[in-house]
Design a protein around this ligand. Sequence first.
Ligand SMILES: Nc1ncnc2c1ncn2[C@@H]1O[C@H](COP(=O)(O)OP(=O)(O)O)[C@@H](O)[C@H]1O
Ligand SMILES: [Mg+2]
Length: 309
Amino acid sequence: MEKQPVLEIQGLTKTIGQKNIVDNLSLNIYPGEVFGFLGPNGAGKTTTIRMIVGLISISKGNVIINGINLKQNFEKAISCVGGIVENPEMYKFLTGYQNLLHYWRMTRGVSKRRIDEVVKLVGLKNRIHHKVKTYSLGMRQRLGLAQALLHSPSLLILDEPTNGLDPAGIREFRDHLRTLSREENIAVLVSSHILSEMELMCDRIGVIQNGKLIDVKNVREFVGGEQKQQTVTFAVEPVAEAQEYMQQHFSDHPLKMTSEGFQITVAREEIPHINARLVETGIKVFSIQTAARTLEDQFLELTGGEQIV
Ligand SMILES: Nc1ncnc2c1ncn2[C@@H]1O[C@H](COP(=O)(O)OP(=O)(O)O)[C@@H](O)[C@H]1O
Ligand SMILES: [Mg+2]
């Protein structure tokens, strides 16, 4: 990507006591991309985000937003940022629109038309004149999102935005984020400890563990990546005979029996070899399916097996 980054983080460190809670973290985020900050609880995601939005001080390193160093010109740098870090405060007995209007009055230099624009962006048009107390959690999240977007930020920061949402709510939220990054060319930084969500929501993912950024990858690389080992499912007949053959000859590979045959994890080159051996033995092979490794498999590999969700 040759575009100018919206957010540059350089050697960002937070030291509390003797400990680096966030440890020399560097990364760039670009316009129009959804960047996922993935790590188990306690990894340092919130601490990093709190430094970026100026809620806590930076021990070491720099945060540069649209070329402006947060330390040198906080007001100007932060004016480009919208975020939901803690739960957004909403007045439950007011309508969604009244809440936005209230917030708009406190925001300088934004046209009133922008309220309608953000309402549309987050898909709350039909319910915006209803009281917030009648909203689902997902709708409240989206109202928070609308509020964060009111001043047309170029960087949107969301700390675990899908916490507490049901799968449908998560899907909806994800679709809105995608629309946003596309239509407003916003850079989105979203944190989560849930792999499956990140896989669906983000373009790139940075994995954080013990305050350190241990890997950054495109989601496609993550999921499709240079696969050394593949898990392959064979449908064969007769099933019992094939299973016995595999146990005798291939039991040094991870092998699992299925109702139609077996599943084995092997190097790619092994697949035609197994097929040939089965056929030689007189076993019929009906199908061979390879499964793309999930983000979860990759994550476990990266972190040496530390389980997250
Ligand atoms: N003010 C603080 N004082 C001491 N330790 C803290 C403080 N804030 C966070 N931590 C510790 O820093 C680590 C990272 O926390 P946090 O950034 O909240 O992680 P995450 O958001 O990834 O779950 C945790 O071990 C947490 O206990
Ligand atoms: Mg957190």
